[in-house]
Design a binder for this molecule. Structure first.
Ligand code: ATP
Ligand code: MG
Length: 235
C-alpha cells in the first residue's frame, strides 16, 4: 500500500467581501498517495482551483488542516511554506507563466539553480521534446510548446508532486494530448505524484483515481481500472 503524501482533513474555504459570502469549499477530505495521478474533475465554479490553491499552500483554508508526509502544514509561516513549495512542489497553470525575457532553457535553468537536487535543465527540456527550441523566447513558441516548457520547469526541481490547473485548457485537442504525454512521462519516469485539474471528462481516463467536484463538494472518488494513455483517449 503506497503511503499518503498529502492529506487534507475537513478543509473548507469561505470568501467574504462585505456582505457577500461565498462558500467555495464545504468541508472535505482529500488524499494523494505516493506516485499516483489524480484527476480533479468538475464544472466551472465547482471549487477545483480553490482546492488546488489550498493543497499547494498558495492559499490557506478557512478551517481544516493539511498534512505532508504526516507533518502538519497548516501552522507553518509563509516563509516555511514558500520553502516547502520550493523543495517539493511543481506548479503548472493554464497560461504558462514563463518569463518572457528569458529563453526556454533559461526559464528552466533559473529554477534548477535554486533547487537542492535538480534534474538537469538540458535533460528536462529533452524529456518534453524541446531541446532544439532551447534558445527561443516564449513568444516564439506555440501554446503547447510553452506548456511543455512549464512542465520541464516543474520537473527540474525533482519535486515529489506536480499540481496542474487546466494545463490543456488553452490548447486544441492534439496539442493537449502532447502536453498530457509530457506529464505522463514525468509521472512514470520520475515517480512524481500528480494532481491534474480539468473540466474535461475525457482527460479523467488517464488518472489512477478521479475526484469529482460539484458546488464546492467532493461528490465522488473513483479508482480508474481502465487506465488509458493520453494518446489512446477518444475525443
Ligand atoms: N477570491 C475569491 N473571492 C470570492 N469568491 C471566489 C474567489 N475565488 C473563487 N471564488 C468563488 O469560489 C467558487 C469556486 O471557484 P473556483 O475558481 O475554485 O472554481 P473552478 O472549479 O476552478 O472553476 P473554473 O473551472 O471556472 O476555473 C466560485 O463560485 C467562485 O466564484
Ligand atoms: Mg479554476
Amino acid at each position: 500500500m503506497p503511503s499518503i503524501l498529502l492529506e487534507a482533513k475537513q478543509i473548507c474555504k469561505r470568501y467574504t467581501s462585505g456582505e457577500i459570502v461565498v462558500e467555495a469549499l464545504h468541508p472535505l477530505d482529500f488524499k494523494l498517495f505516493q506516485g499516483e495521478l489524480i484527476v480533479v474533475l468538475g464544472p466551472s465554479g465547482s471549487g477545483k482551483s480553490t482546492l488546488m490553491n489550498i493543497l499547494s499552500t498558495l492559499d490557506r483554508p478557512t478551517t481544516g488542516s493539511l498534512f505532508f508526509n504526516g507533518q502538519p502544514l497548516t501552522d507553518k509561516t509563509e516563509n516555511e511554506l514558500s520553502l516547502f513549495r520550493k523543495e517539493n512542489l511543481g506548479l503548472v497553470f493554464q497560461f504558462y507563466n514563463l518569463i518572457p525575457t528569458l529563453t526556454a532553457l533559461e526559464n528552466i535553468q533559473l529554477i534548477e539553480s535554486h533547487s537542492p537536487s535538480p534534474v538537469k535543465s538540458e535533460d528536462a527540456l529533452r524529456r518534453v521534446g524541446l531541446w532544439d527550441r532551447r534558445d527561443h523566447f516564449p513568444s516564439e513558441l506555440s501554446g503547447g510548446e510553452q506548456q511543455r516548457i512549464a512542465i520541464a520547469r516543474a520537473l527540474v526541481k525533482r519535486p515529489l508532486m506536480i499540481m496542474c490547473d487546466e494545463p490543456t485548457g488553452a490548447l486544441d485537442v492534439e496539442t493537449g494530448v502532447i502536453v498530457l504525454q509530457a506529464l505522463e512521462e514525468v509521472h512514470h519516469d520520475f515517480g512524481i505524484s500528480i494532481i491534474l485539474i480539468t473540466h474535461n471528462a475525457t482527460i479523467a481516463h488517464i488518472s489512477d483515481r478521479t475526484v469529482r467536484m460539484s458546488g464546492g463538494r467532493v461528490v465522488d472518488i473513483s479508482t480508474n481500472r481502465q487506465h488509458l494513455l493520453a494518446r489512446e483517449l477518444q475525443w
